[in-house]
Structures are given as structure tokens and as C-alpha cells.
Design a protein around this ligand. Structure first.
Ligand code: 6GU
Length: 252
């Protein structure tokens, strides 16, 4: 998979060199490129924003730098001499129709595990990280005629810009890449893979600060342990995320 991120704060994306995406990069599964939007400005002040038509608070990101940046990055596989991905099994990444443009915004569709799974099957993701009050809508409208455009939100709260959201989305996607995690089973068993939250987990010591590990987990009875864990998942989900449960009486 190739991922390009365009931002006015490319240093925000430095954590991508570490941790999960870092390992995927090192192993050749992920070909990741971070770009500074201001490289596509043409004025002396490298301006990226302006006041909103219609009035209102804050500033809006101008369409021209975004247009030029995304013209180049969306059609990529490579911009000039950056080199081609070797992880795409021979498919061309210069076909822009193979790109998906993701615009992190609190006004987007919610990120879910199902969306992360879908994104993990794409060959090229481009993240357009906006700041201020957002990006001129014509940028998304224009590119929607050329590639799939997804405005994606992490949830019902507001961040200062799309960078931290892009980091979160990339981590959720990259850990699902085939061949990334050693243990495929640990992926299926976790929260949000089957509509219930995860059960609580414990490790040694069996007693800590007066708190004991639930006795059943020490029993060696795998059938009863599985039933207990399922019950814990249902209780937790009912308590914390009732919106995830089907309507009507709870079936255990
Ligand atoms: Cl994707 N972006 C911003 N700026 N704020 C958010 C968000 C995204 N998701 C939740 N809040």
C-alpha cells in the first residue's frame, strides 16, 4: 500500500516513523510519503488560507494549493524521482483511479472498524489534512469526479486539524494489512470486530493491592471461561456503548 499525507505541519506526522506504521514501512508493506502543502503555493508568503465567503469566524483553506498538490499526489505512484512502490505486486499506482482521497474532518462519516478494513484493501490512500475552518468545498467536489473522496471523522469532538486524525486512521488501517500482524486471531477477537466491546483482561500476579483476578480465569475450565468472557462483553457493551446493541431485549 502507498500512503501520501499532505499537511501544512508535516512534522506532526513524524510519529509515522515509529511504532506500527514504522514497522510496516521497514518491512516494505507500506510506502509512506509526507508532503508540505506550502510547497504548492506560488506567492511570497506561501499563503494557504483566506476569509470565508458569506462571512463567519475563522479562515478557510484556499483551493489552489490543494488543487496543485493533489493533482500531483493523487496521480502518484511517484512524483518525479521518488521511486515506485515495490509493495504493489506490479499494479500501476500512477493510475489516479486507484487512489482514495481521505479528508479528515469532524463533519465526515464516522471511522469504524469496517471502514478501516475497507481502506486496508486500497492500493493508494491520500490524506488531505486541513486546518482552520476547513478546506474550500470545491476541492473535494473536483476530486470526487476523478477519485473516490471520503470525508472521515473520528467522532463527535473537534480537533485543531486533520493531522492527528490522519495518524489515527493510518494506524487503524496499516495494522490490518495482510502480513502485518503476526497473530491473525488477535485481530478477530478484539473490540469492534464483531459488534461487542472486549472483555477485561488480567495477568500475574493473581492478587494485587488487595484485588484478585476473577477466580474463574484460574479454573482451567475453558468452556466456563468463554461463557464468562462473553457475558462480560455484553455487560460492558450495555453499560458503555448501548448504541452498539440491537434494539429489544438483550440476548446473552
Ligand atoms: Cl477527522 N478532524 C478534526 N479536525 N476534528 C475531528 C476529527 C477530524 N474527528 C473528530 N474531530
Amino acid at each position: 500500500m502507498r500512503i501520501d499525507v499532505v499537511s501544512i505541519f508535516p512534522d506532526y506526522l513524524a510519529p509515522l516513523d515509529l511504532s506500527l506504521p514504522g514497522r510496516a514501512r521497514a518491512s516494505g508493506l507500506l510506502d509512506l510519503h509526507v508532503h508540505d502543502l506550502r510547497d504548492w503555493t506560488r506567492d511570497r508568503h506561501r499563503t494557504v488560507d483566506d476569509t470565508p465567503y458569506g462571512g463567519g469566524a475563522g479562515m478557510v483553506m484556499k483551493p489552489e494549493p490543494w488543487g496543485e498538490a493533489l493533482d500531483e499526489v493523487v496521480s502518484t505512484g511517484s512524483t518525479s524521482d521518488e521511486g515506485r512502490s515495490t509493495s504493489d505486486e506490479g499494479r500501476s499506482t500512477s493510475d489516479e483511479g486507484g487512489s482514495t482521497l481521505i479528508v479528515p474532518t469532524p463533519s465526515g462519516v464516522p471511522l469504524t472498524q469496517a471502514l478501516a478494513r475497507d481502506l486496508s484493501t486500497r492500493e493508494h490512500l491520500v490524506f488531505a489534512c486541513g486546518r482552520y475552518e476547513g478546506i474550500d468545498q470545491r476541492v473535494m467536489d473536483h476530486f470526487a469526479d476523478r477519485v473516490e473522496v471520503l470525508e472521515v471523522s473520528l467522532g463527535d469532538f473537534v480537533l485543531n486539524g486533520g493531522e492527528v486524525a490522519a495518524l489515527a486512521i493510518i494506524e487503524a488501517v496499516v495494522r490490518l494489512l495482510p502480513g502485518f500482524m503476526g497473530n491473525a486471531a488477535s485481530l478477530d477477537e478484539e473490540s469492534h470486530e464483531d459488534g461487542l466491546l472486549e472483555y477485561p483482561v488480567y495477568t500475574k500476579p493473581a492478587s494485587w493491592r488487595g484485588l484478585d483476578v476473577p477466580e474463574i480465569l484460574l479454573s482451567g475450565d475453558h468452556g466456563r471461561i468463554a461463557a464468562w468472557r462473553h457475558d462480560q462483553r455484553v455487560r460492558r457493551t450495555r453499560e458503555r456503548r448501548p448504541d452498539l446493541l440491537p434494539p429489544g431485549p438483550i440476548s446473552d
